[in-house]
Design a protein around this ligand. Structure first.
Ligand code: COA
Length: 380
């Protein structure tokens, strides 16, 4: 067997380097986007600035940001055809539709009215990234409005992305505190090196397919409970546990039965996830303010027990769950909101992939049986 088979045959590709990237990096407990520490960006940036940084490689000047923001908000505003498409989908499938299925289909459909679809140059693809990322947010908000028989709301061009999303979702002007917290969440989730969905976007891009297809693949990948679906699963787990006094028993049982505790553990971070530290602080504050302190206390107890018993720590999904819950965001929108942010990373990865493209085509080691003879159907 060829040596290269053995080199790469790590289950889940653990430790296998498949490409170079200049988008984000994880070194120990330090996560950076294009060289900027995540803590610095979380404290200072807007989500649009971060998307600009990820796609274009530098923080925008104020003139660049103005143009970029205008283009973003223009795209965030759904046009009549898009609204009608979403209404028809919602009428036929919501309220039973899974929001990630709805989002995946809607993003895929955005390709239909792309008049420059034959232009796969970097400039057009970067504009396409703005279009897709901006519309992911409006689609998520529209889905929620439509399933509640409410009208899709329009963009306020004087406000930023986080304000607009929360307003378009709830139909109520959000407080500045909520806007700031939400903006930080979007930044923290925007990219994470070669995570499962970013890899999926890169694989699709590597066949020289288009950006809509790359993002659609990535949405499907993010949906799984081992990846982005974990934030929703965390709240469902807390609901199942019910109260603080039942946490210890639940965790013990999970360990005995080898059931995973959602939001805990990570392939790369073995000593803590820097995003979880920031999210934990925000979650504590908001849970205290909104009377959800028991949810926070339960989470903290799970964290302590998992550290003691399994040496595992919370990942990005653990405290974002209680944070979104305290903000009143419906549980099944947690993962679509993750997509609304991570789309920035997916597009950055597709754009980077195209700069140095070679199609991804790994190999597998055949583990089946050889030499079988055809058996006519009546003899089987
Ligand atoms: N709860 C309980 N045990 C866990 C665990 C969890 N959340 N995460 C990992 N482990 C244990 C595994 O059971 C395994 O133990 P073992 O060696 O005794 O069999 C060991 O830790 C390694 O886990 P493994 O699943 O092989 O790690 P991985 O690198 O393949 O997976 C995750 C990483 C994130 C998929 C995994 O930790 C997980 O499933 N976490 C819960 C889902 C989640 O929060 N996903 C969001 C990721 S951002």
């Amino acid at each position: 067997m060829a040596e290269r088979y053995q080199l790469a045959k790590n289950k889940g590709l653990e430790g296998v380097v498949v490409c170079d990237t200049a988008i984000s990096s994880i070194q120990g407990l330090t996560l950076t986007y294009r060289g900027y520490a995540i803590e610095d960006l979380a404290d200072n940036a807007s989500f649009c600035e971060v998307a600009h940084l990820l796609w274009k490689g530098h923080l925008p000047t104020s003139a660049e940001l103005n143009v970029f923001m205008r283009l973003w908000l223009k795209n965030m505003q759904l046009n009549d055809a898009e609204k009608e498409f979403l209404r028809v989908m919602a009428k036929n499938f919501a309220p039973n539709a899974h929001p990630m299925h709805f989002l995946r289909t809607a993003v895929s459909a955005l390709a239909h009215d792309d008049e420059s679809r034959d232009d796969q140059g970097e400039k057009v693809n970067t504009e396409r990234a703005v279009k897709i990322a901006a519309k992911v947010a409006s689609i998520v908000a529209a889905f929620h409005r439509l399933r509640n028989n409410e009208e899709i709301l329009d963009v306020n061009f004087d406000k930023k992305v986080s304000w607009n999303f929360l307003n378009m979702l709830f139909g109520v002007e959000p407080s500045q505190d909520y806007v700031d917290v939400f903006n930080t969440c979007l930044i923290l989730h925007a990219d994470h090196e070669l995570n499962c969905s970013a890899f999926s976007a890169r694989v699709t891009a590597s066949s020289l397919s288009d950006l809509y297809s790359a993002v659609t693949s990535a949405i499907g990948t993010l949906k799984g409970p081992l990846h982005g679906g974990a934030n929703e699963a965390v709240i469902l787990m807390l609901q199942e546990i019910g109260s603080l006094d039942k946490v210890d028993h639940f965790v013990d049982q999970a360990i005995v039965t080898k059931k995973k505790i959602m939001g805990i553990g990570h392939r790369i971070y073995k000593n803590g996830d820097p995003r979880a530290h920031i999210l934990k602080k925000m979650s504590k504050k908001l849970c205290d303010e909104t009377g959800h302190d028991e949810w926070f206390a339960m989470s903290e107890r799970i964290e302590t027990l998992m550290a003691e018993k399994k040496s595992l720590t919370p990942n990005v999904d653990f405290y974002s769950a209680t944070l979104y819950y305290a903000m009143g965001i419906p549980i099944d929108l947690f993962t679509p909101i993750f997509a609304m942010s991570r789309v920035a990373g997916w597009c950055a990865h597709a754009l980077e992939q195209w700069k140095v493209n070679r199609i991804y085509r790994p190999i597998s080691d055949y583990a089946g049986t050889d030499g079988k003879q055809w058996v006519p159907i009546n003899d089987r």
